[in-house]
Design a protein around this ligand. Structure first.
Ligand SMILES: *Cc1c(COP(=O)(O)O)cnc(C)c1O
Length: 234
């Protein structure tokens, strides 16, 4: 068994245990393997162990990886989970399946206009700045409703839900609070007429807290691939 396979199994067990604790079906949580800073071989190792959904932060790095994995493209689902600049929307619309980091309408409009015709709609989440000052990216919670309405009207995007990167917190209850706030926001948007099914929240350190609050996608890097050679940019 490769070390990636062994760690992947450990993470799957953590997810299953967290689901059992919350009386949620294990299939209600999708594991997104975050491969930023790791090369294509890490993706191949994880794929061999049955992992199909992968998250990347940096557009240029991701494009190189996606290209070098073209032979297995149909088996992979690529999610952009890092900040997106307007000048990169065209390549992102052409090469990714999901974008989790929509925080302004202009990005969404460009992605919709640039999504190639032969591809299905791009699946997107709004990134919400749920813990306030800490992170610069993300729409403010009070502006999420207006943004959701505008994004869900775009023809080549499918708005699926919300994403957040809460401030790291030590204990379980402190970890749960921002995840609960994001879940509550999703509930409110759905009550107002949206049909959103995705809460992208929870990473290596806090996936149990996120699942307890309703996460449907957990984004896990270091617990699968080990420590990254350099710190993440966000
Ligand atoms: C790097 C990153 C992750 C994974 O973080 P780990 O702590 O390595 O699990 C998840 N989400 C985002 C947005 C990231 O940038």
């Amino acid at each position: 068994m490769s070390s990636v396979e062994a760690k992947l199994q450990q993470v799957r067990t953590r997810i299953a245990t967290a689901c059992a604790t919350s009386q949620r079906p294990v299939q209600s949580v999708t594991l997104l393997a975050v491969t930023k800073t790791f090369g294509p071989q890490a993706v191949r190792d994880a794929l061999a162990a049955g992992q199909h959904a992968f998250g990347e932060n940096y557009v240029q790095e991701a494009l190189e990886k996606i290209e070098s994995l073209a032979d297995v493209r149909e088996q992979l689902e690529w999610h952009l989970i890092g900040p997106l600049q307007s000048n990169k929307t065209r390549v992102v619309a052409a090469h990714f399946d999901w974008v989790h980091t929509i925080d302004r309408l202009k990005l969404a409009e460009r992605l919709s206009a640039q999504r190639p015709e032969q591809l299905p709609p791009l699946q997107v989440c709004l990134q919400v700045n749920i813990s306030g000052e800490g992170s610069k990216s993300g729409v403010a919670p009070e502006d999420a409703s207006a943004l959701a309405e505008a994004v869900s009207a775009l023809p080549r995007l499918r708005l699926r839900g919300l994403m957040a990167i809460p401030e790291p917190a030590g204990d379980f209850d402190a970890q749960r609070a921002p995840h609960r706030a994001l879940a509550r926001l999703l509930f409110d948007l759905n009550a107002a007429g949206q049909v959103l099914d995705t809460l992208s929240m929870g990473m290596s350190a806090d996936l149990e807290a996120a699942i307890a609050e309703g996460a449907t996608i957990v984004r896990v890097g270091s617990a699968i691939f080990g420590d990254r050679p350099r710190p993440a940019a966000n």
